[in-house]
Design a protein around this ligand. Structure first.
Ligand code: SF4
Length: 358
Protein backbone atom coordinates (compact mmCIF):
# COMPACT_ATOMS: atom_id res chain seq x y z
CA UNK A 1 0.00 0.00 0.00
CA UNK A 2 1.47 3.41 -0.91
CA UNK A 3 2.83 5.76 1.74
CA UNK A 4 1.35 9.27 1.88
CA UNK A 5 4.50 10.70 0.31
CA UNK A 6 4.53 8.23 -2.56
CA UNK A 7 0.82 8.59 -3.32
CA UNK A 8 0.82 12.41 -3.33
CA UNK A 9 4.12 12.65 -5.22
CA UNK A 10 2.90 10.23 -7.91
CA UNK A 11 -0.33 12.17 -8.42
CA UNK A 12 1.37 15.57 -8.37
CA UNK A 13 3.92 14.28 -10.90
CA UNK A 14 1.22 12.86 -13.16
CA UNK A 15 -1.12 15.85 -13.08
CA UNK A 16 0.82 18.59 -14.96
CA UNK A 17 1.51 16.18 -17.82
CA UNK A 18 -2.09 15.01 -18.28
CA UNK A 19 -4.51 17.63 -17.02
CA UNK A 20 -7.11 19.10 -19.34
CA UNK A 21 -7.06 22.84 -19.85
CA UNK A 22 -10.46 23.82 -18.40
CA UNK A 23 -11.59 27.41 -17.88
CA UNK A 24 -12.46 27.00 -14.18
CA UNK A 25 -8.89 25.90 -13.51
CA UNK A 26 -7.65 29.39 -14.35
CA UNK A 27 -9.53 31.15 -11.59
CA UNK A 28 -9.39 31.52 -7.83
CA UNK A 29 -12.75 33.27 -7.73
CA UNK A 30 -14.90 31.21 -5.33
CA UNK A 31 -18.06 32.23 -7.22
CA UNK A 32 -16.76 30.91 -10.55
CA UNK A 33 -15.45 27.73 -8.88
CA UNK A 34 -18.79 27.20 -7.16
CA UNK A 35 -20.65 27.66 -10.47
CA UNK A 36 -18.43 25.11 -12.20
CA UNK A 37 -18.91 22.59 -9.40
CA UNK A 38 -22.70 22.93 -9.37
CA UNK A 39 -22.80 22.45 -13.15
CA UNK A 40 -20.34 19.56 -13.15
CA UNK A 41 -22.38 17.68 -10.57
CA UNK A 42 -25.03 17.72 -13.20
CA UNK A 43 -23.23 16.82 -16.39
CA UNK A 44 -19.97 15.92 -18.07
CA UNK A 45 -17.20 18.42 -18.69
CA UNK A 46 -17.84 18.81 -22.44
CA UNK A 47 -21.57 19.36 -21.97
CA UNK A 48 -21.12 21.56 -18.90
CA UNK A 49 -18.59 23.94 -20.45
CA UNK A 50 -21.06 26.04 -22.53
CA UNK A 51 -23.35 26.33 -19.48
CA UNK A 52 -20.46 27.50 -17.31
CA UNK A 53 -19.40 30.11 -19.86
CA UNK A 54 -22.98 31.23 -20.39
CA UNK A 55 -23.66 31.64 -16.65
CA UNK A 56 -20.44 33.54 -16.11
CA UNK A 57 -21.07 35.93 -18.98
CA UNK A 58 -24.76 36.42 -18.08
CA UNK A 59 -24.03 36.74 -14.34
CA UNK A 60 -20.38 37.76 -13.87
CA UNK A 61 -20.76 38.12 -10.09
CA UNK A 62 -22.75 36.44 -7.35
CA UNK A 63 -24.69 39.71 -6.98
CA UNK A 64 -25.77 39.50 -10.64
CA UNK A 65 -27.00 35.94 -10.20
CA UNK A 66 -28.77 36.77 -6.94
CA UNK A 67 -30.62 39.69 -8.55
CA UNK A 68 -31.77 37.72 -11.63
CA UNK A 69 -35.42 36.59 -11.87
CA UNK A 70 -35.79 32.88 -11.09
CA UNK A 71 -37.40 32.12 -14.44
CA UNK A 72 -34.48 33.62 -16.28
CA UNK A 73 -32.03 31.50 -14.25
CA UNK A 74 -34.06 28.37 -15.01
CA UNK A 75 -34.02 29.28 -18.67
CA UNK A 76 -30.20 29.40 -18.66
CA UNK A 77 -30.17 26.06 -16.86
CA UNK A 78 -32.54 24.44 -19.34
CA UNK A 79 -31.18 21.16 -20.68
CA UNK A 80 -29.19 20.29 -17.57
CA UNK A 81 -32.16 18.68 -15.77
CA UNK A 82 -32.74 18.67 -12.00
CA UNK A 83 -34.13 22.17 -11.86
CA UNK A 84 -34.15 22.04 -8.08
CA UNK A 85 -30.34 22.41 -8.34
CA UNK A 86 -30.75 25.62 -10.33
CA UNK A 87 -33.24 26.95 -7.79
CA UNK A 88 -30.93 26.03 -4.91
CA UNK A 89 -28.04 27.69 -6.70
CA UNK A 90 -30.10 30.85 -7.08
CA UNK A 91 -31.09 30.80 -3.39
CA UNK A 92 -27.49 30.24 -2.37
CA UNK A 93 -26.40 33.28 -4.39
CA UNK A 94 -29.05 35.33 -2.60
CA UNK A 95 -27.88 33.97 0.76
CA UNK A 96 -24.26 34.95 -0.03
CA UNK A 97 -25.39 38.49 -0.84
CA UNK A 98 -27.83 38.79 2.07
CA UNK A 99 -25.88 37.14 4.88
CA UNK A 100 -22.24 37.45 3.77
CA UNK A 101 -22.14 40.83 2.02
CA UNK A 102 -21.62 39.20 -1.38
CA UNK A 103 -18.40 37.41 -0.31
CA UNK A 104 -18.21 33.63 -0.19
CA UNK A 105 -17.03 32.38 3.23
CA UNK A 106 -13.32 31.61 3.04
CA UNK A 107 -13.29 28.36 5.03
CA UNK A 108 -14.74 24.87 4.65
CA UNK A 109 -16.82 25.32 7.81
CA UNK A 110 -18.13 28.69 6.63
CA UNK A 111 -19.00 27.36 3.18
CA UNK A 112 -20.98 24.51 4.73
CA UNK A 113 -23.38 27.11 6.15
CA UNK A 114 -24.56 27.88 2.63
CA UNK A 115 -27.75 26.26 1.45
CA UNK A 116 -27.11 23.40 -0.96
CA UNK A 117 -23.32 23.41 -0.46
CA UNK A 118 -22.43 19.88 0.64
CA UNK A 119 -19.11 18.46 1.83
CA UNK A 120 -17.77 17.95 -1.69
CA UNK A 121 -18.50 21.44 -3.01
CA UNK A 122 -17.32 23.09 0.20
CA UNK A 123 -14.02 21.17 0.05
CA UNK A 124 -13.56 22.04 -3.63
CA UNK A 125 -14.10 25.78 -3.08
CA UNK A 126 -12.11 25.86 0.17
CA UNK A 127 -9.09 24.21 -1.42
CA UNK A 128 -9.21 25.67 -4.98
CA UNK A 129 -10.00 29.25 -3.96
CA UNK A 130 -8.48 29.49 -0.46
CA UNK A 131 -5.86 26.69 -0.30
CA UNK A 132 -7.45 25.10 2.76
CA UNK A 133 -6.09 21.60 3.42
CA UNK A 134 -9.30 19.65 3.08
CA UNK A 135 -9.62 16.69 0.74
CA UNK A 136 -12.42 16.42 -1.83
CA UNK A 137 -14.41 13.22 -2.25
CA UNK A 138 -16.32 12.71 -5.47
CA UNK A 139 -17.05 9.58 -7.48
CA UNK A 140 -13.62 9.66 -9.12
CA UNK A 141 -11.83 10.03 -5.79
CA UNK A 142 -13.83 7.20 -4.19
CA UNK A 143 -12.79 4.91 -7.04
CA UNK A 144 -9.09 5.80 -6.92
CA UNK A 145 -8.92 5.40 -3.13
CA UNK A 146 -10.86 2.11 -3.15
CA UNK A 147 -8.50 0.59 -5.71
CA UNK A 148 -5.18 1.99 -4.53
CA UNK A 149 -5.77 1.31 -0.83
CA UNK A 150 -7.97 -1.81 -1.18
CA UNK A 151 -10.99 -0.26 0.56
CA UNK A 152 -13.98 -2.61 0.27
CA UNK A 153 -16.69 -0.54 1.96
CA UNK A 154 -19.76 0.12 -0.17
CA UNK A 155 -19.26 3.60 -1.62
CA UNK A 156 -23.03 3.99 -2.01
CA UNK A 157 -23.45 3.74 1.79
CA UNK A 158 -23.27 7.11 3.58
CA UNK A 159 -21.34 5.44 6.43
CA UNK A 160 -18.36 4.82 4.11
CA UNK A 161 -17.68 8.52 3.64
CA UNK A 162 -15.86 8.85 6.98
CA UNK A 163 -13.44 6.06 6.16
CA UNK A 164 -12.63 7.41 2.68
CA UNK A 165 -12.40 10.98 3.94
CA UNK A 166 -9.86 9.93 6.59
CA UNK A 167 -7.66 8.20 4.00
CA UNK A 168 -7.90 11.18 1.61
CA UNK A 169 -7.10 13.69 4.37
CA UNK A 170 -4.16 11.61 5.55
CA UNK A 171 -2.58 11.70 2.08
CA UNK A 172 -3.29 15.32 1.23
CA UNK A 173 -0.07 17.42 1.37
CA UNK A 174 -1.15 20.63 3.19
CA UNK A 175 1.11 22.84 1.06
CA UNK A 176 -0.44 21.56 -2.19
CA UNK A 177 -4.08 21.06 -1.25
CA UNK A 178 -5.61 22.58 -4.38
CA UNK A 179 -3.31 20.79 -6.78
CA UNK A 180 -3.65 17.45 -4.99
CA UNK A 181 -7.44 17.64 -5.10
CA UNK A 182 -7.43 18.57 -8.78
CA UNK A 183 -4.91 15.82 -9.47
CA UNK A 184 -6.78 12.97 -7.79
CA UNK A 185 -10.08 13.91 -9.46
CA UNK A 186 -8.41 14.21 -12.86
CA UNK A 187 -6.57 10.94 -12.30
CA UNK A 188 -9.88 9.20 -11.66
CA UNK A 189 -11.46 10.84 -14.72
CA UNK A 190 -8.64 10.06 -17.16
CA UNK A 191 -6.40 7.25 -15.88
CA UNK A 192 -8.17 5.16 -13.24
CA UNK A 193 -11.48 5.13 -15.11
CA UNK A 194 -14.46 2.92 -14.16
CA UNK A 195 -14.36 0.40 -17.02
CA UNK A 196 -10.93 0.62 -18.63
CA UNK A 197 -8.31 1.96 -16.24
CA UNK A 198 -4.91 2.37 -17.87
CA UNK A 199 -3.04 0.22 -15.35
CA UNK A 200 -0.25 -0.57 -17.77
CA UNK A 201 1.06 2.99 -17.82
CA UNK A 202 0.03 3.96 -14.29
CA UNK A 203 2.52 5.62 -11.91
CA UNK A 204 0.77 3.98 -8.94
CA UNK A 205 0.80 0.47 -10.38
CA UNK A 206 3.69 -0.88 -8.25
CA UNK A 207 1.86 0.00 -5.02
CA UNK A 208 -1.78 -0.19 -6.06
CA UNK A 209 -3.58 -2.77 -3.91
CA UNK A 210 -6.22 -3.64 -6.52
CA UNK A 211 -3.66 -4.10 -9.29
CA UNK A 212 -1.37 -6.19 -7.13
CA UNK A 213 -4.28 -8.40 -6.01
CA UNK A 214 -5.98 -8.67 -9.41
CA UNK A 215 -9.10 -6.90 -8.13
CA UNK A 216 -9.21 -3.77 -10.26
CA UNK A 217 -12.52 -4.77 -11.85
CA UNK A 218 -14.05 -5.54 -8.43
CA UNK A 219 -13.37 -2.16 -6.84
CA UNK A 220 -14.95 0.09 -5.81
CA UNK A 221 -17.80 -1.86 -4.21
CA UNK A 222 -21.05 -0.11 -5.01
CA UNK A 223 -24.49 -1.49 -4.24
CA UNK A 224 -26.93 -1.27 -7.11
CA UNK A 225 -29.62 1.37 -7.15
CA UNK A 226 -33.21 0.15 -7.41
CA UNK A 227 -34.44 -0.38 -10.96
CA UNK A 228 -36.09 2.71 -12.35
CA UNK A 229 -39.88 2.50 -12.66
CA UNK A 230 -41.68 3.66 -15.79
CA UNK A 231 -44.33 6.40 -15.60
CA UNK A 232 -46.73 7.17 -18.42
CA UNK A 233 -47.51 10.85 -19.10
CA UNK A 234 -50.21 11.97 -21.50
CA UNK A 235 -49.83 15.57 -22.54
CA UNK A 236 -52.71 17.41 -24.19
CA UNK A 237 -51.23 19.96 -26.54
CA UNK A 238 -54.19 22.29 -26.89
CA UNK A 239 -53.92 24.68 -29.81
CA UNK A 240 -56.19 27.54 -30.73
CA UNK A 241 -55.14 29.47 -33.81
CA UNK A 242 -51.40 30.08 -33.52
CA UNK A 243 -51.28 29.70 -29.73
CA UNK A 244 -50.65 26.73 -27.46
CA UNK A 245 -51.86 26.34 -23.88
CA UNK A 246 -49.22 25.77 -21.21
CA UNK A 247 -49.12 26.10 -17.46
CA UNK A 248 -46.49 26.68 -14.83
CA UNK A 249 -45.79 23.70 -12.58
CA UNK A 250 -46.26 24.69 -9.00
CA UNK A 251 -44.29 23.78 -5.91
CA UNK A 252 -43.51 20.31 -4.74
CA UNK A 253 -41.99 18.67 -7.78
CA UNK A 254 -38.71 18.61 -9.62
CA UNK A 255 -40.07 20.76 -12.45
CA UNK A 256 -41.35 23.51 -10.18
CA UNK A 257 -41.37 26.84 -12.02
CA UNK A 258 -41.18 25.24 -15.48
CA UNK A 259 -43.92 25.24 -18.08
CA UNK A 260 -45.60 22.23 -19.64
CA UNK A 261 -48.91 21.25 -21.22
CA UNK A 262 -52.03 19.90 -19.52
CA UNK A 263 -51.08 16.48 -18.23
CA UNK A 264 -52.71 13.24 -17.13
CA UNK A 265 -50.66 10.40 -15.71
CA UNK A 266 -52.00 6.88 -16.27
CA UNK A 267 -50.63 3.35 -16.02
CA UNK A 268 -50.66 2.73 -19.78
CA UNK A 269 -48.61 4.01 -22.70
CA UNK A 270 -51.67 4.35 -24.94
CA UNK A 271 -54.84 6.38 -24.55
CA UNK A 272 -57.93 5.77 -26.72
CA UNK A 273 -59.25 8.77 -28.66
CA UNK A 274 -62.49 8.82 -26.66
CA UNK A 275 -60.52 9.19 -23.44
CA UNK A 276 -58.40 11.97 -24.92
CA UNK A 277 -61.65 13.73 -25.78
CA UNK A 278 -62.95 13.29 -22.22
CA UNK A 279 -59.80 14.88 -20.83
CA UNK A 280 -60.01 17.78 -23.28
CA UNK A 281 -63.62 18.41 -22.31
CA UNK A 282 -62.75 18.24 -18.64
CA UNK A 283 -60.23 21.01 -19.34
CA UNK A 284 -63.02 23.13 -20.79
CA UNK A 285 -61.97 22.53 -24.38
CA UNK A 286 -64.19 22.07 -27.41
CA UNK A 287 -62.60 20.10 -30.19
CA UNK A 288 -62.48 21.61 -33.63
CA UNK A 289 -63.84 18.60 -35.48
CA UNK A 290 -63.08 20.19 -38.85
CA UNK A 291 -59.39 20.13 -38.04
CA UNK A 292 -58.87 16.78 -36.33
CA UNK A 293 -56.11 14.94 -38.11
CA UNK A 294 -57.40 11.47 -37.40
CA UNK A 295 -54.52 9.51 -38.77
CA UNK A 296 -51.80 11.64 -37.19
CA UNK A 297 -50.17 9.54 -34.46
CA UNK A 298 -49.43 11.20 -31.14
CA UNK A 299 -45.62 11.33 -30.81
CA UNK A 300 -44.09 9.51 -27.84
CA UNK A 301 -40.89 10.73 -26.23
CA UNK A 302 -38.89 8.94 -23.56
CA UNK A 303 -36.97 10.64 -20.82
CA UNK A 304 -34.78 9.05 -18.15
CA UNK A 305 -34.53 10.58 -14.68
CA UNK A 306 -32.41 9.15 -11.87
CA UNK A 307 -35.05 6.83 -10.39
CA UNK A 308 -37.68 6.72 -13.09
CA UNK A 309 -38.27 6.56 -16.79
CA UNK A 310 -40.89 8.79 -18.32
CA UNK A 311 -42.79 7.77 -21.40
CA UNK A 312 -44.71 10.80 -22.64
CA UNK A 313 -47.38 10.75 -25.32
CA UNK A 314 -48.31 14.11 -26.83
CA UNK A 315 -51.92 14.39 -28.01
CA UNK A 316 -52.21 17.41 -30.31
CA UNK A 317 -55.72 18.90 -30.14
CA UNK A 318 -57.12 21.72 -32.25
CA UNK A 319 -59.70 23.75 -30.28
CA UNK A 320 -62.76 25.30 -31.88
CA UNK A 321 -62.65 28.22 -29.42
CA UNK A 322 -60.41 29.68 -26.71
CA UNK A 323 -60.60 27.97 -23.33
CA UNK A 324 -63.14 29.78 -21.14
CA UNK A 325 -61.84 32.03 -18.35
CA UNK A 326 -63.17 29.73 -15.61
CA UNK A 327 -61.25 26.80 -17.10
CA UNK A 328 -58.07 28.88 -17.24
CA UNK A 329 -58.46 29.74 -13.58
CA UNK A 330 -59.07 26.11 -12.59
CA UNK A 331 -56.26 24.61 -14.60
CA UNK A 332 -53.63 27.37 -14.58
CA UNK A 333 -53.39 27.05 -18.38
CA UNK A 334 -52.70 30.12 -20.52
CA UNK A 335 -52.35 30.63 -24.26
CA UNK A 336 -48.85 31.48 -25.47
CA UNK A 337 -47.50 32.40 -28.88
CA UNK A 338 -44.53 30.50 -30.32
CA UNK A 339 -42.22 33.42 -29.47
CA UNK A 340 -43.44 33.51 -25.86
CA UNK A 341 -43.03 29.73 -25.54
CA UNK A 342 -39.46 30.03 -26.76
CA UNK A 343 -38.72 32.28 -23.77
CA UNK A 344 -40.41 30.11 -21.13
CA UNK A 345 -38.31 27.73 -19.03
CA UNK A 346 -39.42 24.20 -19.90
CA UNK A 347 -38.54 20.62 -18.98
CA UNK A 348 -36.28 19.10 -21.61
CA UNK A 349 -39.05 16.68 -22.55
CA UNK A 350 -41.27 19.59 -23.62
CA UNK A 351 -38.45 21.33 -25.50
CA UNK A 352 -37.70 18.11 -27.35
CA UNK A 353 -41.33 17.72 -28.33
CA UNK A 354 -41.56 21.31 -29.59
CA UNK A 355 -38.35 20.86 -31.59
CA UNK A 356 -39.73 17.64 -33.07
CA UNK A 357 -42.98 19.13 -34.28
CA UNK A 358 -41.72 22.57 -35.36
S1 SF4 B 1 -2.91 0.55 -11.33
FE1 SF4 B 1 -4.88 0.63 -12.33
S2 SF4 B 1 -6.34 0.46 -10.66
FE2 SF4 B 1 -4.41 1.01 -9.76
S3 SF4 B 1 -4.45 3.25 -9.64
FE3 SF4 B 1 -3.43 2.70 -11.54
S4 SF4 B 1 -5.07 2.73 -13.06
FE4 SF4 B 1 -6.05 2.65 -11.05
Amino acid sequence: MPTPTFFAAALLGWYPRHRRDLPWRHTRDPYAIWLSEVILQQTRVAQGMPYYLDFLSSYPTVQDLAAAPEQEVLRHWQGLGYYSRARNMHHTAQQVVREFGGQFPATYAGLRQLKGVGPYTAAAIASFAFDEAVAVLDGNVFRVLARVFGLHSDIAAPSSRKEFQAVADQHLPPAHAAEFNQAIMEFGALQCTPAKPDCLFCPLQSQCWAFQHGQVALLPVKSKAKAARTRYFHYFVLRHGEELYLKERLSGDIWQGLYDFALAETDAADMPAAEVLRHVEALGGVLDTRRVAEDRPAPTLKHVLSHQKLEARFHAVELAAELPAAALQDTGLRAYSAAEIEELPKPVLISNYLAKVS
